[in-house]
Ligand binder design. Structure first.
Ligand SMILES: Cc1cc2nc3c(=O)[nH]c(=O)nc-3n(C[C@H](O)[C@H](O)[C@H](O)COP(=O)(O)OP(=O)(O)OC[C@H]3O[C@@H](n4cnc5c(N)ncnc54)[C@H](O)[C@@H]3O)c2cc1C
Ligand SMILES: Cc1ncc(C[n+]2csc(CCOP(=O)(O)OP(=O)(O)O)c2C)c(N)n1
Ligand SMILES: [Mg+2]
Length: 570
């Protein structure tokens, strides 16, 4: 059947199962928008193309399906760059579609021409420039396949205006992906499994390091079986939170720069690390030379380029984690490791007395209290928390106990401020039945708060908790610790966030005391529409523990003046 490129675009998206796209129109993509009226796909009009990419990303992380963003050429396309890089660093499957000037104009500095495939080459898993309608169907099928197979990632498809306008025969079946050089389906050899099993069975102090790959592979059940069967405790990366239930007795919590002190000590004392779907980021390892000096290392990862990249390992199992664990699990022997577990428990004792959560109400509102109360109120439900980047992000990771997979969405690798609000919009569109909370700093919120209009236009019941400390808090913390409190460019003069939300038609409240947190959260949950809560928290609090950049994992900066233990931690 003959169709225009624009019609083929929407039909291919529909056949890929796409229900929503996030976008912003402009001249070079107008033929595609013109053909949208015949499509069943719902288009979410964003307020900035960066927002569209984060929405597609949040959609993908919340649902496991590919998220789609669409923009025009030139400034539309370049506005997507931050969102594409964010998705790339965190292995999130999105497809970005951009309009391009007519094929005959390419290279002439035409109006709104920019070489977006060149610009995004290092931050996409793959990208395409399509100059003929005939290439469109195959390219789009490949784009979706590449985005979600193997290690997921962003793919960009740049389509010239004439390719959208011209017509050709459309044959979906004939347009099957043809990627002979692409091998996303590797699996380990028998010898490697045997070596891994030997290390596991010989270890006395093993530790599972579970990462984002557990969620991407859907290996939550398998990780749990492995931990329980072999009696191995589990530490999680920031992006792995939710991959193993927070309240499971074998869950130790987060590792790394702002991880739990006992986790980092346990890593340094372990005799075996089982790194499962994690990539030994520098926020995780600290100083590499002194990282886990006593441990043998087994690395399971789908991407061969991650093996021995940061940390040299003894055994590598390259393949999909779920498949690898299916192979390993029946051969895992039960081993009593209670001595090792008891020694980690002893490490925990010291941390409890330093925990700000156990401080009596001193009239100050600490972000940790806000997050912990938010967790208590929403626990047990189908809740997704989407955070921005900074101190509040780390407090969320420490004080919100994630039980379920895909219940935390956060920008880890790129650490993109401005991520939270648009990513939460994407998450809510993907999972309308879920309760979605945005936990965002006063700095990052101001980077993408224009998307409040999108929340209202799409009638999304989002809950927005602004953790308002009047500072670019995480940078202020670094200035406090490492730059003699020289607070250059970190104090913020903020707008009145509550009145700002109200200007968009969003209900808003301000919370300044600990006793107001729970009522504000409850009232937000009961309200039928979106709500913003401006939590005015302690301005100069810091995130502890902290491993200074480049320091050894066990050289942690701890909260000064240990606090008196006053309450049982839940
Ligand atoms: C302010 C700030 C502070 C931070 N502090 C910390 C911290 O204290 N602790 C911490 O952990 N992080 C921290 N981070 C996050 C950190 O930068 C990294 O993003 C994070 O550690 C990466 O986690 P990951 O390796 O699990 O996930 P990713 O980076 O997403 O890597 C996932 C890995 O899984 C593999 N994979 C994907 N699919 C599969 C599959 N099907 N099978 C097998 N393998 C698969 C991938 O190839 C990849 O190697 C911080 C970030 C910020 C912004
Ligand atoms: C786009 C972008 N610019 C700069 C940074 C560097 N940075 C990391 S955290 C941070 C401060 C965040 O402040 P805020 O949003 O108020 O959160 P807080 O740390 O106070 O909780 C900055 C500037 C970043 N991560 N992203
Ligand atoms: Mg702040």
């Amino acid at each position: 059947m003959t169709k225009t490129g624009a019609q083929i675009l929407w039909e291919c998206l529909e056949r890929q199962g796409v229900k929503h796209v996030f976008g912003y129109p402009g001249g070079a993509i107008l033929p595609a928008y013109d053909a949208l009226k015949h499509s069943t796909i719902h288009h979410v009009l964003v307020r900035h193309e960066q927002g569209a990419t984060h929405m597609a990303d949040g959609y993908a992380r919340a649902s496991g399906r590919v998220g789609v963003a669409i923009a025009t050429s030139g400034p539309g396309a370049t506005n997507m760059v931050t969102g594409i890089a964010t998705a790339m660093l965190d292995s999130s499957p999105i497809v970005c579609i951009t309009g391009q000037v007519g094929s005959k104009l390419i290279g002439s500095d035409a109006f709104q021409e920019t070489d977006i495939t060149g610009i995004t080459l290092p931050i996409t898993k793959h990208n395409y420039l399509v100059t003929h309608a005939q290439e469109l169907a195959r390219t789009l099928r490949e784009a979706f396949y590449v985005a979600c197979s193997g290690r997921p990632g962003p793919v960009l498809v740049d389509i010239t205006k004439d390719a959208q306008q011209s017509s050709c025969d459309f044959d979906w079946e004939a347009a099957k992906p043809q990627l002979p050089g692409y091998r996303p389906d590797l699996s380990p050899a028998a010898k490697e499994y045997a070596q891994a099993l030997e290390l596991i069975h010989n270890s006395k102090r093993p530790l599972i390091l579970a990462g984002h790959g557990v969620l991407l592979s859907g290996a939550m059940r398998e990780i749990r079986d492995l931990a329980e069967r072999a009696g191995i405790p589990v530490a999680l990366t920031l992006l792995g939170l939710g991959a193993f239930p927070a309240t499971h007795p074998l869950n130790l919590g987060m590792m790394g720069m702002h991880g739990e002190a006992w986790v980092n000590h346990a890593i340094q004392e372990a005799d075996l690390l089982l790194a499962l779907g994690m990539r030994f980021d520098d926020r995780v390892t600290g100083h590499l030379k002194s990282y886990a000096p006593n441990a043998k290392k087994i690395h399971v990862d789908i991407d061969p380029t991650e093996i021995n990249k940061n940390v040299k390992v003894d055994v590598a199992l390259i393949g999909d984690l779920c498949e690898v664990l299916h192979e390993l699990l029946p051969r895992i022997a039960m081993i009593d490791r209670s001595e090792w577990l008891d020694s980690i428990d002893r490490l925990k004792g010291d941390s409890a007395v330093r925990d700000i959560q156990n401080l009596p109400d001193s009239g100050h509102l600490y972000a940790a209290h806000v997050i912990n109360d938010l967790w208590r109120e929403t626990r047990g439900g189908d809740t997704v928390v989407v955070t921005d980047v900074g101190q509040h992000q780390m407090w969320e990771a420490q004080y919100y106990k994630h039980e379920a997979p895909r219940s935390l969405i956060t920008s880890g690798g790129l650490g993109t401020m401005g991520f939270a609000l648009p990513a939460a919009i994407g998450a809510k569109v993907a999972r309308p039945e879920a309760e979605v909370w945005v936990v965002v700093g006063d700095g990052g919120f101001q980077m993408t708060m224009a998307e409040l209009a999108t929340v209202v236009q799409e009638e999304l019941k989002l809950h927005i908790a602004v953790i308002n400390n009047g500072y670019l808090g995480m940078v202020r913390q670094w200035q406090e610790f490492f730059y003699e409190r020289n607070y250059q460019a970190t104090p913020l003069l903020n707008p009145d966030f509550a009145r700002l939300a109200e200007a968009y038609g969003i209900r808003a409240t301000v919370v300044t005391q600990r006793s107001q947190v729970v009522p504000a959260v409850q009232s937000a949950r009961e309200h039928s529409g979106p709500v913003l809560i401006d939590f005015k928290v302690e301005q100069e609090d810091s995130v502890y523990p902290m491993v200074a950049a480049g320091a050894s994992l066990d050289e942690m900066i701890r909260r000064p003046n240990p606090l008196e233990e006053t309450a049982e931690d839940e």
